[in-house]
Design a protein around this ligand. Structure first.
Ligand code: AMP
Length: 426
């Protein structure tokens, strides 16, 4: 199926072709015609499914079809996102897909200076992409008028809920005109999300392309049982020996992100960190460096990494397991995107067996466990369940790190493999 059959205008089809897309993704196939028909949509779609284009393309089309009244542009579409990074990425998509259309947009987020945002608003825009807090600030200071908004998108609504933004979202929605089209995207559909949707959407068409609570099938998953104190050395070894050039590493706390980055740098790996305490500028620079290949390892906390759009990210590492099982699915969704195969590797210590059990229950399968080296391995409790061990040493290359820390004798690796295969209690 090609994009031609979805009812998009030639300007948009041209922009799609400029982006090199040949076939719509599942969410795009389902959402685009429904949104073009003017209906509200409640969609379950994770990042990486192509959801941004799924709502941006029909939004741009609806805006360019409808007639504008008056001299000055009024804000007709509003996209709310939980994080600055996501707002910036959606803003880029709006620009990319709308490049052949005369529509103007502005991205509004906190932690950046007010003036450029205010200037753009004064000049007149059709579309605002914003995080809720800063937008409310600007509305209260009379710098933004939302009364003509006829198209509302709540992107990653579950994350807005987790981050405590729902009161702000409700306040913003109360400022919009009643007759409008609403879209709500969320990776999960909890009771709270349904309640939020109930108050905002009108007779929504429900679209569900996320394999909910399961892991994306393009992502190969591995577990390495490693003691806490050996995780950092093991990670450096893996990156070096497998010659990974781009890896996103998750940690649960800002502190461990900083500490890990420091250690990885000491091992000679070009590493940057993004977390909530970093300035917007520092986060943007780190991300740019990573995308451009100057930074080999990007260490991130869950919230900072949410919504990051990094094309064809080949490797994701869970340095520690997330406390909430759903976050595992979000994390590994950063790789294997839009049909590219990816690898998600989790370093698991004794203390984390409970969390691992929760994750495996959620994704409804056992994650294959891979051998680790004897001196690093966690002695695993006996288990009745069988795990399939994959060789961890594929693509082994030359690495100084390996020379000092790698397995010294073949028998070491062999011994640890048999121990790894015994697996832990479940
Ligand atoms: P998203 O889920 O919106 O974050 O998109 C994930 C990635 O898929 C982005 O890098 C998009 O540029 C890319 N993408 C979106 N739609 C398509 C498509 N139809 N074909 C190929 N890549 C796409």
């Amino acid at each position: 199926m090609s994009f031609d059959t979805l009812g998009l205008s030639t300007e948009l089809l041209q922009a799609i072709s400029d982006s090199g897309y040949t076939e719509p993704t599942a969410i795009q196939k389902q959402a685009i015609p429904v949104i073009l028909s003017g209906k509200d949509v409640l969609a379950s779609a994770q990042t990486g499914t192509g959801k941004t284009a799924g709502f941006t393309l029909p939004m741009l089309q609806r805006l360019s079809e409808a007639k504008e009244h008056g001299e000055k542009k009024r804000v007709r579409a509003l996209v709310l996102t939980p994080t600055r990074e996501l707002a910036i990425q959606v803003g880029k998509s709006v620009e990319t897909y709308g490049r052949h259309l005369p529509l103007k947009s502005v991205v509004i987020y906190g932690g950046a200076s007010f003036n450029p945002q205010i200037t753009k608003l004064r000049d007149g825009v059709d579309i605002i992409i914003a995080t809720p807090g800063r937008l409310l600030d600007l509305v209260k200071k009379k710098n933004a008028d939302l009364s003509a908004v006829e198209f509302l998108v709540l992107d990653e609504a579950d994350r807005m809920l987790d981050m405590g933004f729902i009161p702000d979202v409700r306040e913003i929605v109360s400022l919009l005109r009643k007759r409008r089209q609403n879209l709500l995207f969320s990776a999960t559909f909890s009771q709270d999300i349904r309640k939020l949707a109930g108050g905002i959407l009108t007779k929504p068409v429900q679209i569900d392309v996320a394999v909910r609570n399961t892991s994306p099938h393009e992502v190969r998953q591995e577990i390495h049982l490693v003691n806490m104190e050996h995780k950092q050395s093991h990670l450096s070894y893996i990156i070096g020996s497998r010659r990974w050039e781009q890896v996103l590493v998750f940690t649960t706390t800002k502190l461990s992100a900083d500490e890990l980055s420091k250690q990885l740098r000491l091992d000679g790996l070009k590493t940057e960190t993004i977390h909530g305490d970093k300035t917007q500028g520092a986060r943007a620079r780190a991300l740019e460096g990573f995308k451009e290949g100057r930074v080999r390892v990007l260490v991130a906390t869950d919230i900072a990494a949410r919504g990051l759009d990094i094309d064809k990210l080949p490797h994701v590492v869970n340095y520690d397991l997330p406390k909430v099982a759903e976050d595992y699915v979000h994390r590994i969704g950063r790789t294997g995107r839009a049909g590219n195969e990816g690898l998600a590797l989790s370093l698991v210590s004794h203390e984390e067996f409970g969390l691992l059990k929760d994750i495996e229950k959620l994704i409804k399968h056992t994650i294959p466990q891979v051998e680790t080296h004897d001196e690093w391995a966690v002695p695993a409790p006996e288990s009745k369940s069988k795990r399939v061990a994959r060789p961890s040493g594929q693509n082994r290359g030359k690495s100084n790190y390996k020379k000092s820390h790698g397995p010294k004798k073949k028998s070491d690796a062999t011994r640890s493999k048999s121990r790894g295969q015994r697996s832990r209690k479940r």
